[in-house]
Design a protein around this ligand. Structure first.
Ligand SMILES: Nc1ncnc2c1ncn2[C@@H]1O[C@H](COP(=O)(O)OP(=O)(O)OP(=O)(O)O)[C@@H](O)[C@H]1O
Ligand SMILES: [Mg+2]
Length: 240
């Protein structure tokens, strides 16, 4: 039995708001295997984004450990954490956060400049990433000239610039209509199945849950329960 890729051990995250302590996570225990597709569900305020940010090294727990590929990232220095994010993590957010003054290909190239040692062929590499999400023909469009789903696919291409083994998606379809949301899910699904990318995807949309290997439900900063899908559905099979 291999060790899990991601292991959250009794992870707590408290925020001090004057006199009041907000307990965003109250002791989360979660293991994610390499190559798994996890959907994280739960009511607003249940701790989903907090969990993603902690796994992604954007934030640190108040207590507990997060072990990724055998290393306790909660012990990392800021510099090690930055390096961890570059090497291991791709983030996709609800609001695509593209740079409006750069074209699609330039947005991806910019991400490549942050990770590539070698500055050659950046455009070719960026176009190849856009091709992966089906958007090579929109390379020279600015974000304002793209649909929401296209913008999100550029954001996915950007997240993949460093070939991350872990893709963290926070409501990636939250801002999209059903059809475009499905296209975006399809891209994420293919990365998971073809590249073996481990995916943790946060959503409010319970219709997405059947495509996951496991569905983790959070409530009040803890795991309420975990469902295992013996036969995860394809995107086309989801009852949207
Ligand atoms: N920076 C912060 N300061 C104080 N409290 C915070 C902060 N960030 C989150 N919280 C609180 O922590 C709890 C969990 O927040 P989180 O953003 O993880 O929820 P969520 O499950 O992602 O919700 P949503 O579905 O609305 O995005 C909430 O009660 C929130 O108010
Ligand atoms: Mg959230």
């Amino acid at each position: 039995m291999n060790a899990p890729l991601i292991e959250c051990r009794q992870v707590k995250r408290f925020y001090q708001m004057g006199e009041v302590t907000v307990q965003a996570l109250r002791g989360l225990d979660l293991c994610v295997d390499s190559g798994e597709f996890i959907v994280l569900l739960g009511p607003s305020g249940s701790g989903k984004t907090t969990t993603l940010n902690l796994i992604g090294g954007l934030d640190r727990p108040t207590e507990g450990q997060i072990v990724v590929a055998g290393e306790d990232i909660t012990r990392y220095t800021e510099k090690q954490l930055t390096d961890y994010r570059r090497r291991k993590i791709g983030f996709v957010f609800q609001f695509f956060n593209l740079i409006p003054s750069l074209t699609a290909v330039e947005n991806v190239e910019f991400a490549l400049t942050l990770t590539e040692q070698n500055g050659r062929n950046l455009r070719r590499k960026a176009v190849a990433l856009l091709d992966l999400v089906g958007l090579a023909d929109r390379a020279d469009h600015f974000p304002s000239q793209l649909s929401g789903g296209e913008q999100q696919r550029v954001a996915i291409a950007r997240a993949l610039a460093n070939h991350p083994p872990i893709l963290l998606c926070d409501e990636p379809t939250g801002n999209l209509d059903a059809g475009t949301g499905q296209q975006v899910l399809q891209v994420i699904r293919e990365l998971n199945q073809q590249e073996g990318t481990t995916v943790v995807l946060v959503t409010h949309n319970t219709a997405i849950a059947p495509m996951a290997d496991r569905v983790v439900r959070l409530r009040d900063g803890q795991i309420d329960h975990i469902e295992v899908n013996e036969r995860p559905l394809s995107v086309a099979e989801l009852a949207w």
